[in-house]
Design a binder for this molecule. Structure first.
Ligand code: AGP
Length: 610
């Protein structure tokens, strides 16, 4: 969740690092800092609490000329978000500087030992201990010292270290937290995220667990912590830097909402052909196992867990096997029965969510076949899985997920159909009906956007003073209710609940009144009539009703104050279209309430700690 970027090469490091931080700001943003080493070997450090702007103001005209440096945006885990705790951190000699993302679990013990040996630690962070450990191990070779220090560390980390006397050299390491190296001619980059360096290079090396990268302007040597050389391939990333920019929209979230038709097209690419049949080549190696599984467990957090609920329903419908979703933080400590006949599907857009990775690892250790569904090439989850389905949605910068939700739903539904076909429990007709709907989905998403984008601002204005919101759905539309409520609370800070509509009368109906509207996902489905009865119960309590309904529904306007129209589609993927007006509603509620849409308070894009 913190952002890391380092540079070594012939150009001015300062502006490159600040620009890199700007692209990483979404990963963590309670403070920021930079360290530069100039031609004379003089170390310059500046760090500031708050947004990146505070750092750039502090730097103003005094950024030194330097060809090597590192920079960081922090999301606090140990110690308050203040100037002192901001990264980089240094050692006693002032020679060594460290930036870090993750948590050093044995830092208390390390710190006590360091202090007992005379080191002076000035911050409250776990990271500072690392700088002093490197200092203790340093005998003239930074990479050796970092490896020795890491052998004493327990925890999760991505770090970059430099020594002011070793100009041109950065040493990075990763364990359970992402770190990449970018190469371009006579210069090298190291970063927590490809987006930080894409403006300069698309030649990326994804470091793997336990890697230590000795980075110089002209190349990189990767070893493990014992110094044994590891070969890592260079990958050419085809995301243009512009893809990671706002592209003319006011916020990344709005841009990403509008990117959904394209993201869906990409997610379908190679998976739903002109023949309107589903193809998932990624699971080929698992075919014998998939024929013998008896249960399916899905593990995910937040938005991904709602997408997983759609996937579980499709899996049950088309495989006949029990399929269930457990959020990662519960799965880890109360795991369901797991064995070689339990398929585990881990769903995580970032691929780095600690609460999802740990249970997946546990399932793997118990012999379960694992399939990962993620947006992030090279992420930690991909190393836990026997098969990986990438969302192919492109980078998502806004903290609030949008295009990754719709592509997760789509990918999971395709996977469910592929397993159903393989096991002979999904008919030809069922597959073709789904294939047709999937084929039409990107255009349908575009229509949903075109219909709702111009109206969403007005809708939000009419409801902006509401005390809270109750989102309801039934069956296939229930996950969209959960996701709609999460979107609203995440970015507008308005309380919202997602409930199965039939549950209203068992308690939450007491919240409904003229200040607590009901948002009903009332798209055409097998439970439409039942849902309408629940809406009537809400209206009888004076609740205003916003309905998301299928184009051509001639009844709904009788029961709703406002209707957001979406095209008709297959029930299994109805949440893909139903969520679009709700994303737009949440976005405009946030704008109307003046909140920080792309970086909502207390949240981070990728939650890499438990
Ligand atoms: C989504 O808007 C949220 N920011 C959050 O719930 C997120 O979906 C969750 O943390 C899981 O993230 P992942 O998909 O990267 O694992």
């Amino acid at each position: 969740m913190c952002g890391i970027v380092g540079y070594t090469g012939p150009r001015e490091a300062g502006p490159i690092l600040i620009e890199g931080l700007r692209r990483l700001e979404y990963r963590g943003y309670d403070s920021a800092g930079i360290a530069l080493v100039d031609e004379e070997g003089v170390l310059f450090v500046e760090k500031k609490a708050g947004k990146l702007g505070n750092l750039t103001t502090a730097l103003a005209e005094r950024t030194p000329h330097a060809a090597m440096g590192l920079a960081h945006t922090r999301w606090a885990t140990h110690g308050r978000p203040n100037d002192l705790n901001a990264h980089p951190h240094g050692d006693c000699t002032g020679d060594i500087t460290v930036i870090h993302n993750g948590i050093i679990e044995n830092f208390r013990e390390l710190r006590d030992g360091l202090e007992a040996r005379g080191h002076r630690l000035v911050s409250e962070t776990d990271t500072e201990a690392l700088a002093h450990l490197v200092e203790e191990a340093y005998e003239g070779d930074l990479a050796d010292a970092v490896r020795a220090a890491l052998r004493r560390v327990e925890g999760a980390y991505a770090i970059v270290v430099m020594h002011r006397a070793e100009r041109g050299r950065l040493v990075g390491a990763r364990q359970d937290v992402p770190l990449v190296v970018g190469r371009n001619g006579e210069e090298s980059f190291i970063a927590s995220d490809v987006a930080a360096v894409l403006a300069h290079t698309n030649r990326i090396i994804f470091l793997e667990e336990g890697d230590v990268a000795d980075v110089r302007p002209t190349g990189v040597l990767i070893t493990d912590v014992e110094g044994v050389v590891r070969e890592r391939p260079e990958t050419l990333i085809d995301w243009s830097p512009e893809v990671a920019e706002k592209g003319g929209y006011e916020h990344f979230m709005l841009k990403e909402i509008h990117e959904q038709p394209t993201a869906l097209r990409q997610a379908l690419a190679g998976r739903v052909g002109r023949d309107e049949r589903v193809h998932v080549p990624e699971i080929e190696a698992l075919l014998p196992v998939l024929r013998t599984i008896t249960r399916i467990e899905l593990v995910a957090c937040g938005t991904a867990s709602y997408a997983a609920q759609v996937g579980a329903a499709a899996l049950e419908a088309w495989t006949g096997l029990p399929a269930r979703v457990t959020v990662g933080s519960e799965f880890r400590y109360s795991p369901p029965p797991l064995d070689a006949r339990t398929l585990v599907i881990a769903v995580t857009q970032s691929g780095e969510t600690a609460d999802t990775i740990a249970p997946t690892r546990l399932a793997r250790e118990r012999g379960c076949p694992i399939i990962a569904v993620t947006n992030t090439v090279g992420s930690a989850i991909t190393r836990e899985a026997a098969a990986v389905l990438f969302l192919q949605a492109g980078p998502e910068i806004a903290v609030a997920a949008s295009k990754t939700f719709v592509t997760q739903v789509t990918t999971l539904v395709i996977l469910a159909a592929a397993i159903g076909r393989l096991r002979g429990s999904m008919s030809d007709e069922q597959e073709l009906e789904l294939g047709r709907a999937l084929h039409a989905l990107p255009d349908a998403a575009q229509r949903a956007l075109d219909a709702n984008a111009p109206r969403a601002e007005g809708l939000a204005r009419r409801y902006v003073n509401s005390r809270g919101f109750m989102f309801v759905g039934r069956g296939a539309t229930y996950p969209a209710a959960l996701e709609g409520a999460l979107k609203l609370k995440e970015i507008s800070y308005v309380h919202a609940e997602g409930y199965p509509a039939g549950e209203l009368k068992h308690g939450p109906i007491s919240l409904l009144d003229a200040d607590c509207p009901l948002v009903a996902i009332a798209t055409r489905s097998s439970t439409y009539d039942k849902l309408i009865s629940n809406v009537m119960e809400g209206r009888a309590r004076d609740a205003r009703v916003i309905a998301v309904a299928t184009e051509g529904d001639t009844h709904i306007e009788r029961y709703a104050d406002d209707v957001a129209w979406v095209p008709e589609t297959h029930e299994a993927i109805s949440s893909v279209l139903a969520i679009i007006p709700l994303q737009l509603f949440a976005y405009h509620m946030a704008i109307a309430r003046g909140t920080d849409v792309d970086q909502p308070r207390n949240l981070a894009k990728s939650v890499t700690v438990e």
